[in-house]
Design a protein around this ligand. Structure first.
Ligand SMILES: Cc1cc2nc3c(=O)[nH]c(=O)nc-3n(C[C@H](O)[C@H](O)[C@H](O)COP(=O)(O)O)c2cc1C
Length: 226
């Protein structure tokens, strides 16, 4: 079948990219990634993921609509808790570490709210990626189906690597779910889980120098063998 990349290579080279080249991704490749990703396991084979793919002018329109809403001070409501309501010190440390790493790279000093907001806005342009995906799930689905959607999302990201593409998953889109819904005609029955930027990463760009750390196996694994 002409595999060109080991799974481990896809896993180890996947990281969130936050600057993309404008080069378009052929639709055929996007379709291949999505179709192949849909081989994801799902409990009861429900395949509960719903995907909205915005390209070309539709992608531009979506970005413009969200940025206009932000500029107009329109508050949207997020549909679900993208983070725990309260962070334990260890999780708080992890989240702050990655934030600090990113903003240090970008030269945005601590407390520079405007600088951070400028960077955050770029989420809504899919960091310049030509393809913007919005992942949804039917509201009536149980927690279990969100696991299935997470697996599907990861398959999209890994398969993108095989085609020389990069991604960034983006919960930021759930913050502006009403605008996303309006622009893409997403029915109320679907919950907007997140966005996914897909494109050719601009590897020379500063934010793409971010290599996030991981805790060690011993920190999250307990062996039960006797
Ligand atoms: C569900 C999900 C939502 C995310 N949302 C955002 C986001 O809105 N904006 C962003 O810049 N990164 C977002 N990220 C990327 C994470 O910050 C990133 O995965 C994490 O820091 C680990 O870095 P890595 O992906 O480069 O390995 C998200 C990741 C996941 C899995």
């Amino acid at each position: 079948m002409g595999y060109t990349m080991k799974v481990s290579e896809a896993v180890l080279t996947r990281r969130s990219m936050r600057a993309f080249k404008p080069d378009p991704v052929p639709r055929q490749i996007v379709e291949w990634i999505i179709t192949t990703a849909s081989r994801a396991a799902s409990n009861g084979n429900l395949q509960p993921w719903k995907l909205h793919v915005a390209m070309g002018t539709a992608r531009q329109r979506l970005s413009q609509a969200i940025l206009a809403a932000i500029d107009a001070g329109e508050a949207d409501t997020r549909e679900y808790e993208v983070y725990p309501r309260a962070f334990t010190p260890e999780y708080d440390r992890r989240r702050k570490t990655v934030g600090k790493q990113l903003y240090t790279l970008l030269g945005v000093p601590r407390g520079d709210a405007a600088g951070m907001a400028r960077q955050f806005r770029k989420n809504y342009e899919f960091f310049g990626a030509p393809v913007g995906m919005i992942l949804c799930v039917d509201r009536e689905m149980g927690d279990g189906q969100w696991i299935d959607c997470g697996i599907f999302l990861d398959q999209l990201m890994l398969l993108a690597r095989e085609k020389g593409l990069h991604t960034c998953p983006q919960a930021a889109f759930s913050r502006y779910q009403r605008v996303v819904r309006r622009e893409l005609g997403i029915p109320d029955e679907e919950v907007v889980i997140c966005g996914l930027a897909l494109g050719y990463a601009d590897v020379g760009e500063v934010p793409n120098n971010l290599w996030t750390e991981r805790v060690s196996l011993a920190d999250f694994t307990r062996w039960h063998d006797r």
